[in-house]
Design a protein around this ligand. Structure first.
Ligand code: FES
Ligand SMILES: [Fe+2]
Length: 401
C-alpha cells in the first residue's frame, strides 16, 4: 500500500474515534426500500445485470494444480468449466458442447487431457479448440475453428482467479481500482490456498452480506469475540468507484495479536496496518476480506434463490505457513464469529417478506451498504422500477484513492 494511503486510514480511524457527531456534510441516508430484497422483478434485474456481469472470485490457482485440472463452477447459475491449459494459463468456458449443448465435464472437479462430449463425440483441447467432429462428412462447410468452446473472461489478481460473463467488462485490474495497490506488499503470488468451507443460510444474499459491511453490530452480537479486541467506534470506511469499499477498524490495544494466530509466519513485507489493525475490503459485489499479515480469509456471498444463499470462507496463507498447527483453531474461531453474524439472517428474511417492514434505515456507520446499493442501481440503469430506486446521495463521499 502506498504510505499515503496507509496514513490516511490511520488518520481516518483516529478521527472516527474522536468525533462526537456525524461529519457535518454527511447526508441523511434515505431508507432502502425492502422490495430490493424481495421483489421478483428486482431480483431478476439483479441477476441479469449484477451476478451475470460482474468480476467474481472463482478459485485460487492452487485448486488447479496440474495441466488439465478443472473445476465445474456454477455460482451464477451458468455451468462454467475452469481449466488449466498446456500453457499453464487458466481459462473458463461454458460447459456446453458447441454441437447441441451437452456437458463437456460432469464431475465437479477432476483431471483431463481435453474435453470429449459424450453425446456425439466432438472433442476439444484444453484451450477450447474444436479438434474433431465425428462423421464430419455430414457437416459440409463446417469450419472447426469457428465452433470452439465459448470462452468466458478469466483474469487474475495474484493467484486469485476471477471470472466475468460480461465480454465487454473492463479488465479485472482496472475494475478493482486502488485495491491491487493496497495489496501490493502482501506478496500475493506467494499466497497459498489452504481450504474452504460453505454454509447455506435461509435468507436473501444481501441480508447477510449487509452484516459484513459495517461494525455497528459488534457490541450487540460479538460481545465475547470481535468486540473484545476491535474498537468499532473507530471504524473508518472509504467508498470507492465501482461499488468497492474498505473499512479499517482499530484494535482496542495497539499491541493486540490474535491468539489464534500468535507465532504464525507473517508476510515479511506486509504494511503495518495489516499487522496491527483490522482492514476489511469489499470487492464488489460479493467478496469481503479482512487482510492480515498472517493469512487471509475470503468471505464470499452467493445467491441460491430469492431467499436462500451460501456463504463460503476460503483461506490463504503465506507460503511456508500452510501446514501450521494453529490453522484448525484459527478457522474454527472464525466460524464461531460467522455463526454470530448469521444468527438473525433467517429472521430478517421473515421481516423483509412479511409486508410490515418498509426497508433499511441506515446510519453514517452503515454507509457502505448504501454505497453497495447505489452501485447496483448504476449497473441496472434505467430498468430499476422507480419505487425501488434509491436516490444517489453519496457521490461526494466516493474517493479515487
Ligand atoms: S452435443 Fe456434443 S457432440 Fe453432440
Ligand atoms: Fe459481524
Amino acid at each position: 500500500m502506498l504510505a499515503a494511503a496507509e496514513q490516511a486510514l490511520f488518520a481516518g480511524m483516529r478521527r472516527e474515534q474522536e468525533r462526537d457527531t456525524t461529519p457535518q456534510d454527511f447526508p441523511a441516508l434515505p431508507v432502502i426500500p425492502v422490495g430490493r430484497y424481495t421483489d421478483p422483478r428486482f431480483l431478476e434485474l439483479e441477476e441479469r445485470y449484477l451476478w451475470k456481469r460482474s468480476w467474481l472470485y472463482a478459485l485460487h490457482s492452487d485448486e488447479l494444480p496440474r495441466v488439465g485440472s478443472f473445476r465445474l463452477w456454477r455460482k451464477t447459475g451458468s455451468p462454467i468449466v475452469i481449466v488449466r491449459g498446456k500453457d499453464d494459463r487458466i481459462r473458463a468456458f461454458y460447459n456446453a458442447c458447441r454441437h447441441r449443448g451437452a456437458p463437456l465435464v460432469e464431475a465437479d472437479q477432476g483431471q483431463t487431457q481435453g474435453f470429449f462430449c459424450r453425446y456425439h463425440g466432438w472433442s476439444y483441447d484444453l484451450a477450447g479448440r474444436l479438434l474433431a467432429v465425428r462423421e464430419k462428412r455430414d457437416f459440409p462447410g463446417l469450419d472447426l475453428a469457428c465452433r470452439g468452446l465459448l470462452e468466458i473472461r478469466c483474469e487474475r489478481l495474484g493467484n486469485w482467479v476471477f471470472i466475468n460473463e460480461d465480454r465487454d467488462a473492463p479488465p479485472l485490474l482496472e475494475h478493482l481500482g486502488v485495491i491491487p495497490q493496497h495489496l501490493a506488499n502482501m506478496q500475493l503470488e506467494r499466497m497459498r490456498f489452504i481450504g474452504a468451507k460453505s454454509f447455506d443460510i435461509a435468507c436473501n444474499v444481501k441480508v447477510l452480506l449487509d452484516a459484513f459491511l459495517e461494525t455497528y453490530h459488534l457490541k450487540s452480537i460479538h460481545p465475547q469475540t470481535v468486540d473484545r479486541f476491535l474498537d468499532s467506534r473507530g471504524t473508518y470506511s472509504v467508498l470507492w468507484p465501482n461499488g468497492h469499499s474498505v473499512m479499517a477498524t482499530p484494535h482496542r490495544r495497539p499491541d493486540w495479536k490474535d491468539p489464534g494466530a500468535v507465532g504464525m509466519p507473517e508476510v515479511a513485507s506486509a504494511d503495518s496496518i495489516f499487522v496491527h489493525q483490522n482492514v476489511s475490503y469489499n470487492v464488489y459485489p460479493n467478496l469481503v476480506t479482512p487482510i492480515s499479515s498472517t493469512g487471509i480469509p475470503f468471505c464470499l456471498f452467493w445467491p441460491k434463490s430469492a431467499r436462500q444463499m451460501t456463504v463460503e470462507v476460503h483461506w490463504f496463507a503465506p507460503e511456508g505457513a500452510q501446514d501450521h498447527e494453529l490453522w484448525p483453531t484459527r478457522m474454527a474461531n472464525f466460524e464461531r464469529i460467522l455463526e454470530e453474524d448469521t444468527q438473525f439472517a433467517p429472521h430478517i428474511q421473515e421481516s423483509v417478506e412479511c409486508g410490515g417492514f418498509d426497508g433499511m434505515c441506515l446510519s453514517y456507520q452503515e454507509r457502505r451498504i448504501y454505497h453497495w446499493h447505489e452501485e447496483l442501481d448504476r449497473r441496472i440503469g434505467a430498468a430499476v422500477p422507480s419505487e425501488l430506486r434509491i436516490p444517489r446521495v453519496l457521490d461526494a463521499w466516493v474517493s479515487r484513492d
